[in-house]
Design a protein around this ligand. Structure first.
Ligand code: ATP
Ligand code: MG
Length: 451
């Protein structure tokens, strides 16, 4: 018997009182059987969405077309779906129509994998496992329900999910299930960018995303959605590196913090520009001049294509663009400040994480360069002294320049302010209003004024 949280028991009693069935399904059952933490509760019931809405106060019609509503019950979210039979898969994206069913057994048949097709009866307290999910869970196997080829042709996302669960749970995909993926690629190709992205995010949240990427690659899916990564295969990187570029990127991604999606994406994409910038000296040494800018552009292109939110796109491409820095002890405080200003103080923890992951994925051993630790310490010291790092920290602003010096409103104001910031980064003592106004005036007269 499963140890069901009190809140779930409490929730289910409302269904029972209304004369309905109530099952815990999907990831919650799987994760409880594995003894892990449960993220969210999926509930299956014979009650129709309208009936669920009548039972509870706070119901959001999240996926009403597919029979799903979200119930907020005493601070916990429950995704409640009416038992379904899927009908007609027209183009392998989503069922065209759903039909409701009175039976949990029918509902379990339409689910993707055996480990996801168990239901826990919250009234009778027993596990329904018609597809042998428990056995596969014990053995660590992802197995499609029914004929994998047919199931993948119904919904091309399922092969992607197989790779996702393999990475997330550290499982293997059953041979026949896996063998049917290459034959389903025409359907996988139809999957929307958003649905692929959501599975990709789950892969990136796994302990070792490389497991997921290698599987996606082996069965041909990676090429469909991220061909830029395929182009990194077998690209050498010179003596310092132990792996080809493709594996370097995968291992950097593994080495990035599991709970930081932006750094994991940046690690995966930070060197994508290398294949196209590679040059070889007559002595045979490899160079990749300017690869970081190209990597940033490619990262942006991929993430936009996969419909990642703008903030994520911007942060990842900024990290990729800035990942090539070389700290030396002889950097002056001003150099450290300029570095922080260029990266943005809010991005410093991320760029250090990215660099650490990058280094770990070069030699493949536990290794953190001492210079990175030294840089981190220097940044702390410098920030403790002065936190003047951006235009808004200056003792004057654009309005002051307009009012006091009569510089016309427009782009020249920005140029003057940036010049002031350069000087203040060099010497924070200069950050006084009168001094800056004088400097601004001199700079403007000498460089920008046109009579
Ligand atoms: P997680 O804990 O990561 O959320 P999950 O198994 O709950 O894992 P969801 O994407 O939340 O995954 O889906 C809930 C359940 O719905 C799955 O366990 C599975 O039974 C079913 N399911 C989801 N997507 C599909 C699909 N594309 N085809 C068939 N069944 C699916
Ligand atoms: Mg779930």
């Amino acid at each position: 018997m499963l140890r069901i949280p009190r809140i779930v028991k409490n929730f289910s009693s409302f269904f029972v009182r209304a004369g309905h069935q109530c099952y815990l399904v999907g990831g919650a059952v799987r994760d409880m059987l594995m003894g892990g933490k449960v993220q969210d509760f999926d509930i299956a019931t014979d009650a129709l969405p309208g009936q669920v809405t009548d039972i509870f106060h706070r119901v959001i019609p999240t996926g009403i077309k597919h029979g799903t509503v979200t119930v907020l019950f005493k601070g916990t979210r429950f995704e409640v779906t009416t038992f379904r039979i899927d009908r007609e898969y027209r183009d392998g994206r989503r069922p065209e129509t759903v039909a409701f069913s009175p039976s949990i057994e029918e509902d379990l048949k339409r689910r993707d994998f055996t480990i996801n097709a168990m239901a826990y009866d919250l009234q009778e307290h027993r596990l329904l496992d018609p597809h042998g999910g428990r056995k596969d869970l014990k053995a660590g196997i992802i197995r499609a329900i029914g004929d994998p080829l047919q199931r993948f042709q119904e919904d091309g996302l399922r092969p992607v999910r197989a790779c996702r669960f393999a990475a997330q749970l550290g499982f293997t995909i059953e041979d026949h299930t896996f063998a049917c993926i290459p034959r389903s690629l025409d359907t996988v190709k139809q999957v929307s960018a958003e649905r692929f992205r959501d599975e990709l995010i789950r892969i990136l949240e796994a302990p070792a995303p490389s497991i997921g990427f290698n599987l996606l690659n082996d069965c041909g899916i990676l090429r469909l959605f991220m061909p830029e990564l395929i182009a990194c295969q077998e690209v050498g990187q010179g003596d310092l590196h132990r792996y080809d570029l493709y594996h370097h990127l995968l291992y950097a991604c593994d080495a990035a913090p599991q709970d930081n999606l932006v750094v994991r994406l940046a690690a995966l994409l930070h060197d994508l520009g290398k294949p196209r910038t590679m040059t070889r000296t007559p002595e045979g040494a490899l160079h990749f001049h300017g690869h970081e800018e190209l990597s940033a552009r490619l990262a942006e292109k991929i993430l936009r294509r996969l419909r990642f939110p703008n903030q994520v796109v911007k942060r990842v491409s900024h990290l990729a663009a800035q990942h090539m820095f070389h700290y030396e002890e002889r950097w002056s405080d001003a150099a450290v400040r300029r570095f922080v200003a260029r990266i943005g103080v809010e991005n410093i923890p991320d760029i250090l994480c990215l660099r650490r992951a990058d280094q770990l994925a070069m030699v493949g051993e536990h290794f953190v360069s001492t210079s990175l630790i030294a840089l981190e310490k220097r940044i702390e010291e410098v920030l403790a002294k002065d936190r003047i790092l951006s235009l808004k920290d200056l003792a004057v602003n654009g309005d002051d320049l307009i009012a006091e010096l009569g510089i016309p409103r427009g782009p020249k104001i920005g140029i003057v302010l940036r010049a002031l910031l350069e000087s203040v980064l060099e010497d924070p003592q200069q950050n006084e209003r009168e001094r800056l106004l004088k400097m601004a005036e001199r700079f403007y007269e000498a460089r920008l004024r046109e009579d």
